[in-house]
Write a protein of this length. Structure first.
Length: 171
């Protein structure tokens, strides 16, 4: 059902994602959807949890990874992401973040990333800056910068600068 929910958001926008729309897309009753997701908020929360879980799998493969390696993994995860972030997905995230509990969860996710990047080293500092750049690029992608494929080239730039900074710090 979550695959269908993502498809609805991508094709029609965040406002189109309703329990009724998901039931129609899945070919089941509204009650069938509500058995899995009691409300639209629960459905949206499940989608966001799914997205962050995908990133967590990549990032937590080795909890002892150096900060620069952690950010390299994050960049790989961003590149491999099957979701096509655009204004429609941004609408979904905006509605998700209006709930203080959801906002707390996202903040904690970011805090956990930053704790892993806090090493007091030049490598850690380079990794933090690269992570912030990637997050900025994600937001730019959400608003449509990737229509001409520029987003991937910008990620290439972040990776190249991160590699130079790490090399300079080591040498």
């Amino acid at each position: 059902m979550l695959d269908l929910a993502e498809e609805i958001v991508r094709d029609e926008g965040a406002k189109a994602l309703t329990i009724d729309a998901l039931a129609r897309a899945a070919g089941i009753s509204k009650g069938g959807v509500q058995y899995a997701f009691a409300s639209k908020e629960d459905l949206v929360r499940a989608l966001v949890d799914r997205w962050t879980s995908k990133f967590d799998e990549v990032l937590n493969a080795d909890d002892q990874a150096a900060p620069a390696e952690l950010v390299r993994r994050y960049i790989r995860a961003m590149r491999a992401s099957q979701e096509v972030p655009d204004a429609k997905m941004a609408g979904l995230m905006t509605s998700y973040l209006q709930d203080p509990g959801n906002l707390y969860g996202i903040r904690e996710w970011y805090r956990a990333i930053f704790r892993r990047l806090e090493t007091g080293t030049a490598d850690g500092q380079a990794a933090r800056v690269a992570f912030l750049a990637v997050e900025g690029l994600f937001l730019m992608r959400v608003v449509g910068i990737d229509k001409d494929g520029a987003w991937a080239a910008f990620l290439d730039d972040v990776e190249a600068v991160l590699a130079r900074l790490v090399q300079d710090a080591a040498g």
